[in-house]
Design a protein around this ligand. Structure first.
Ligand code: SF4
Ligand code: SF4
Length: 203
């Protein structure tokens, strides 16, 4: 029994005088985490298209999505005070890197309402009903992915060449306005596009 105790004493003296403590000195000294560490999540506004898929897969419901049709903005807010850092949002992100983790881990705060990160995206408004037709970045992204197939959907074509669209938006006209064949070439939500096609086919 005496031998191990002497050995432990020797270890303790060695650590105290030569090697220093094994434990980290946080918060006096910040520890550098590995690159793979899941710290504070962060949206990349240039890569995120505002599709909302991350919010759909989040098990903690930490990602809220608010569409404001008046201002034409969609806001995604990630509350990292309730996030469980599971990695689902990054894994299933539509564009792969729209959301990722930083290595920032000292996230304590006094006010929980400040513990969030946001990204804002411009909405594409349906020219017929004034409703949601997608985010502009989302439509552009789909259009790019589809290539020539995007020409089957005028909303996608128009969203890619928005500045060339010279037509007057329908929702600025009378609400009782009839649907015409020309309305096919508008930015429309799926519901209104169906309506326009059905009117075109069957009157
Ligand atoms: S692109 Fe990724 S991060 Fe952005 S809303 Fe879609 S799933 Fe979320
Ligand atoms: S890491 Fe998990 S809990 Fe946190 S926001 Fe992403 S999906 Fe939600």
């Amino acid at each position: 029994m005496r031998k191990p105790k002497l050995r432990e004493l020797g270890e303790a003296i060695k650590v105290l005088l030569v090697e220093g403590p094994y434990t980290s000195k946080f918060p006096k000294e910040m520890t550098v985490p590995p690159d793979e560490y899941r710290g504070k999540p962060k949206f990349d506004a240039d890569v995120c298209i505002g599709c909302g898929a991350c919010g759909e897969v989040c098990p903690a419901r930490a990602i809220e999505m608010v569409d404001d049709l008046e201002s034409g903005k969609r806001t995604l807010k990630l509350r990292y005070d309730i996030c469980i850092f599971c990695g689902q949002c990054h894994q299933y992100c539509t564009t792969k890197d729209g959301i990722d983790y930083t290595t920032e881990y000292d996230l304590a705060a006094f006010d929980r309402s400040e513990m969030n990160v946001t990204v804002e995206k411009e909405l594409a408004i349906c020219e017929m009903c004034g409703g949601f037709a997608g985010t502009k970045d989302q439509l552009r992204w789909i259009s790019k992915r589809l290539g020539s197939l995007a020409y089957s959907n005028p909303t996608l074509i128009l969203s890619g060449m928005e500045n060339l669209s010279q037509m007057e938006p329908i929702h600025s006209r009378s609400k009782d306005r009839k649907t015409y064949r020309e309305d096919i070439f508008r930015i429309l939500c799926p519901k209104c596009r169906r309506k326009v096609f059905l009117t075109e086919e069957w009157g």
